[in-house]
Ligand binder design. Structure first.
Ligand code: CA
Ligand code: CA
Ligand code: CA
Length: 148
């Protein structure tokens, strides 16, 4: 009797923990608005072209409309200005959120005082280790460091 009650309590605790984790699915989550709001889309891996991916429950594709992201994976993710992993990129550490892509200046945009990935991201790629900086031949203009 007593054991059954303990098992019952454990089952309730497990369900509660899953409920919390379920707020943010595992994956690379992109959002239309700042602060992880508006429509969202969840990727499980790399995506070379956002054009055919619509915000959940809409027919609006996410290309050039993403404003905040949550990299809820154990890999690094580089978000690119253009499709097929081209152009400027913001590299986001594992399990790390970006509240507003507009906050990050892209340093290899020439002839522009300030440019960002705000409403510009068109593809992203995942990396098992921290990718190389743009200055050193890698994709990353900007690093968003791991969150503690
Ligand atoms: Ca796609
Ligand atoms: Ca924004
Ligand atoms: Ca773009």
């Amino acid at each position: 009797m007593r054991l059954k009650r303990v098992i019952g309590a454990l089952a309730v605790a497990v369900v509660a923990a899953q409920g919390l984790a379920g707020c943010d699915p595992e994956g690379i989550i992109v959002y239309r608005d700042d602060g992880w709001r508006g429509g969202r889309y969840v990727f499980s891996g790399s995506d070379a072209n956002y054009e055919s991916n619509d915000f959940e429950g809409t027919s609006t594709d996410i290309g050039d409309k993403v404003s905040s992201v949550f990299n809820n994976t154990d890999r690094w993710v580089a978000f690119f200005e253009h499709d097929t992993y081209q152009g400027d990129a913001v590299c986001v550490a594992p399990r790390t959120r970006v509240n507003d892509l507009g906050d990050y200046n892209l340093n290899h945009a020439v002839n522009q005082p300030f440019s960002s990935l705000e409403d510009e991201a068109s593809s992203h790629r995942t990396y098992t280790t921290r990718p190389v900086r743009w200055e050193d031949g890698g994709p990353c203009d900007v690093y968003v460091p791991p969150q503690t």
